[in-house]
Design a protein around this ligand. Structure first.
Ligand SMILES: NC(=O)c1ccc[n+]([C@@H]2O[C@H](COP(=O)([O-])OP(=O)(O)OC[C@H]3O[C@@H](n4cnc5c(N)ncnc54)[C@H](O)[C@@H]3O)[C@@H](O)[C@H]2O)c1
Ligand SMILES: N[C@@H](CCC=O)C(=O)O
Length: 543
């Protein structure tokens, strides 16, 4: 029986708790950190609602404390991916037929659990597994994921209400079906919220999902999956597997029922996936939806009218929060010559004061980068900059992986606006700064637009409205998220829908209705109340 349309009202953003000394949230978080550190977690895959253990285990260590073992996860192979697809397809019909308000209730329940009894679990897992400090964990694994779940439920309700015009004698309606097949969600290490959003947004729309997280995010992914199960997610709707990337790709992209990929990660991986899907296109029952949010080389351009302290602070926070491991992180700065000395001095002062260490010590602003591969790659960019004639290191430039993967926040100044660290994504705590002739603002806007293949985020800092207007126009295609007098990071669900174009992705804006449409396949139904009984048009009678 389905006799009413149920609405989910627009939510408000989940409030960011401040973890002040002695606060209840801080006490709970400290307790959970200690509890997680006291046991070695045995983390299974979840296929068809069952915990799957292979015995082939991979150890998990906090990136900031290599000697400590948090536990291990069980690694799967192609047979587990196949089982996950089989389970998803078996669950498909019943899940797609479930009234949407029942589906929605599961995700609303999960959001509520994350906001209350599991908030500390979500944050502690992210702090330990991904080396995020308490504030960065709170805005990600608590608030952003809760917002994704609540806002997507609200947006989906609005989509379902959109119906076409029906003239007299005809009834037109549109059904928003899920895709015919399964959706693959492949998620990155850097945001627990993104890891949770990619499978759940597709599932909420009635799709069934195979979810493969980054190995370095499995510790928090396990918490998300347990909450979804406790919230009532039926077996087979989301199946969580841990294999390497190419294995999941080989099985899924060769399957006739592959209906879509929801990806966030690096540009190279996404382009490889797209090529494989293109090559296999005739194998599929339906054209797969390809949604990918990928890399960035995000800019801050200051105008000669800017307040140097505002510029320096936008750079310090935009470049170094979570060690610069945000796709949105400020990584190239264009500073006008008239304020350059002041900006540099202020920036060096701020960065020099950033304390670095473990996430359990809440006084640390900087923690470790995610793993050794990433550490080595970032260190090599710093080493090359030290050797180059075109650059000098203003602050930082040191690194040490003895205890954890620690890289000091580093500012490079370059005389060459096309120096490699102005162009390539580094994905670490490295900002490159270029001083331009303050009278050449317009030429510098052209430089900003043409320097990198990416177009994810960017900022203009200025008190001159004409300069702001000019930058907004000239940089139309340079960023999918453009900020005026702010840092280029920290988009909030429901406020700044997030995503970039060019090499930064398909710009389907996570956490908005635009994204949800990609997981729906509309069927239009026309019903004629009194059908005609003669083929002739009425004017034929007059001849
Ligand atoms: N635009 C955005 O919204 C956004 C958000 C977060 C991160 N990112 C980007 O993500 C990257 C950092 O995350 P990462 O290091 O986890 O990215 P990554 O590309 O290395 O990995 C992302 C996911 O893809 C999987 N993968 C890797 N190779 C694969 C293959 N050949 N086939 C199938 N899957 C494969 C990984 O295991 C992981 O689950 C950066 O480039 C960053 O800019 C973008
Ligand atoms: N949405 C986040 C970035 C996600 C990418 O890593 C921000 O706006 O800073």
């Amino acid at each position: 029986m389905h006799n009413a349309y149920f609405e989910f009202a627009a939510p408000k953003n989940e409030p960011v708790l401040n973890y002040a000394p002695g606060s209840a949230e801080k006490v709970a978080l400290k307790k959970q950190l200690a509890a997680f550190k006291a046991v070695e977690m045995d983390i299974p895959m979840y296929i068809n609602g069952e915990e799957v253990r292979t015995g082939k285990t991979v150890n998990i260590h906090p990136p900031h404390e290599r000697k400590h073992k948090l536990g291990h996860f069980h690694q799967g192979d192609s047979s587990h991916v196949q089982k996950a697809i089989d389970a998803a397809l078996a669950a498909r019909e019943k899940w797609a037929d479930t009234p949407w308000e029942q589906r929605a209730a599961i995700f609303m329940r999960a959001a509520e659990m994350m906001a209350t009894k599991y908030r500390a679990h979500m944050n502690a897992a992210t702090m330990l597994g991904q080396s995020k400090n308490a504030y960065q964990a709170e805005i990600d694994s608590a608030c952003e994921l809760i917002d994704f779940l609540r806002y997507n439920v609200h947006y989906l309700g609005q989509i379902y209400q959109q119906q076409p015009y029906s003239p007299q004698g005809i009834h037109n309606r549109v059904e928003y079906r899920p895709l015919e097949g399964f959706v693959l969600a492949v998620t990155p290490f850097n945001f627990t919220a993104i890891a949770g959003n990619l499978p759940t947004s597709a599932a909420m729309c009635g799709n069934v999902v195979v979810w493969k997280p980054a190995n370095t995010q499995v510790y928090a992914a396990n918490v998300i999956m347990k909450i979804l199960i406790e919230a009532g997610l039926p077996a087979g709707v989301i199946n969580l597997v841990y294999t390497d990337g190419p294995t999941v790709g080989d099985v899924c992209f060769n399957h006739a029922d592959f209906a879509g990929i929801h990806f966030t990660g690096s540009t190279g991986v996404f382009q490889t996936m797209w090529k494989t899907i293109g090559t296999n296109i005739s194998k599929y029952k339906t054209y797969p939806r390809i949604v990918g949010e990928t890399g960035g080389k995000d800019f801050v351009i200051a105008h000669k009218s800017a307040d140097p302290a505002v510029v320096a602070t936008a750079l310090a926070r935009g470049a170094f929060e979570f060690q610069g491991q945000k796709c949105s992180a400020a990584s190239r700065a264009y500073v006008p010559s008239n304020i350059a000395d002041e900006v540099k001095a202020n920036l060096v002062k701020q960065v020099s004061s950033m304390k670095m260490g473990t996430t359990e010590d809440f006084t640390n602003f900087i923690n470790a980068v995610i793993d050794e591969k990433s550490f080595d790659k970032i260190a090599s960019y710093i080493d090359n900059a030290k050797k180059s004639d075109a650059t000098s290191i203003l602050v930082g430039g040191t690194y040490d992986k003895t205890e954890g993967f620690f890289i000091a926040p580093t500012v490079i100044e370059t005389k060459d606006p096309k120096y490699v660290t102005m162009c390539e994504e580094i994905f670490g705590p490295v900002l490159t700064l270029y001083v331009y002739d303050a009278e050449k603002f317009e030429e510098t806007l052209a430089l900003v637009d043409s320097t990198s293949e990416y177009a994810l985020t960017g900022s203009i800092i200025s008190t001159d409205r004409y300069a702001i207007e000019l930058a907004t126009k000239r940089l139309t295609n340079s960023a999918g998220n453009f900020y005026i007098n702010d840092k280029p990071t920290g988009a909030v669900v429901g406020q700044q829908p997030f995503g970039g174009a060019r090499a930064s992705g398909t710009n389907d804006k996570a956490g908005s209705a635009m994204n949800l449409y990609r997981w729906l396949s509309a069927r239009t139904i026309k019903e004629t109340m009194v059908p005609p009984t003669d083929y002739r048009y009425s004017f034929l009678d007059e001849a």
